[in-house]
Design a protein around this ligand. Sequence first.
Ligand code: FAD
Length: 394
Amino acid sequence: MSRVNHHIVIVGGGVIGSAIASFTLRDPAFRGAVTVVERDPTYARASSALSASSIRQQFSTAINVEIGRFGIEFLRRAGEHLATAGERPDIGLVEPGYLFLARAAGAGVLERNHALQRSLGVDVALLDPPALRERCPWLATGDIAKASLGLSGEGWFDGWTLLQAFRRHARSLGARYVAAEAAGFDVNAGRVAAVRLADGSRIAGDTFVDAAGPWAANVARWLGVDLPVRARRRCVFVFSCRTPIPRCPLVVDTSGAWFRPEGDGQFLCGIAPDESNDPDDAPLDVDHALFDEVLWPALAARVPAFEAIRQTRSWAGYYEYNTFDRNGIVGAHPEWANLVFANGFSGHGIQESPAVGRGVAELVVHGGYRTLDLSPLAFDRVARNEPVEELNVV
Ligand SMILES: Cc1cc2nc3c(=O)[nH]c(=O)nc-3n(C[C@H](O)[C@H](O)[C@H](O)COP(=O)(O)OP(=O)(O)OC[C@H]3O[C@@H](n4cnc5c(N)ncnc54)[C@H](O)[C@@H]3O)c2cc1C
């Protein structure tokens, strides 16, 4: 279906909103217009600007593995896919892999995930402790029963450059970015008719997209829709370590702590706070006690060289945390057919932006998915209480 004069209005111009704009406008069947309402063009609090920008294939659900596969293919050629007349972005993708560690109690889950990942063609290897020690001699492995290492297709990149590249690409194809706060929807005969801005003006459209990241539930609430996505603070700490840690992947420890290299002798690390200390909308101040009392002890127990490190920098951002099943919610609302959601990615949204951008573009331009079927992530699973639970949330 070609949509002549169809107007798509996207609330939120982070990596998800901008990827949707870019994929929609590059579709030759699309003849309409795209407007992106983004209140903060500096993205000071946007998740896309505060991310650890890593990509993996090691998920527990098939849909996330498939999304990850498209993600890495796209990112490997981002310079080509997102080239504009003036620029060919370099997102600096590297692929040292993810290493998931498991004790005896967690080994079964690791093996089940491995079987699923292999069945979908993921380049991942299970390591027993001797193989792990040989690959990573700097790790303390006494309590480890199994590990899973991504051999290709996993690593990290510059998320800010990816966000800007999607935005620039979308604008080069005609997307209009409006720097304004969206404050409500106007509705007419069971459909969304316009986005109301804080200054009282309106942007009328045909299809509307909620790409408001951690604030997506506020947008849904304008229609009385309860979207189970909450802003949950996650802190990232940078430290330096003088001892070389050769061939270091992104390591996900049994404690939940993760770390990865970031340039010469520098590392990023983080850990989710305890559930009892993880409120919605916490201020974006860094929780330094989390590093001192939880994270550093866990890191030093896993990598003895990390007993002597210097923490140099830190920041906090929000996960758009899906409290229902920790997975994206993508697609139209069952009752508001011209409102599409692209939310709740729970810490893996930047790597999922290419597949989500393409999928939502297919929905709005063609009325259905044409490549990867994202319907397992549809909103109605929430109402049916059928979670697509993602176990590998880092
Ligand atoms: C510390 C941290 C580490 C992470 N690490 C990774 C990782 O390694 N890999 C990975 O894949 N993902 C990671 N993520 C998650 C990833 O960053 C997010 O899933 C992704 O950036 C979400 O993009 P978004 O566009 O939906 O949200 P955002 O980037 O937050 O964009 C939403 C935009 O909507 C705008 N907005 C909201 N409400 C309104 C309104 N009413 N009017 C106008 N504009 C509005 C906001 O200003 C914002 O710019 C991490 C996140 C954090 C916080």
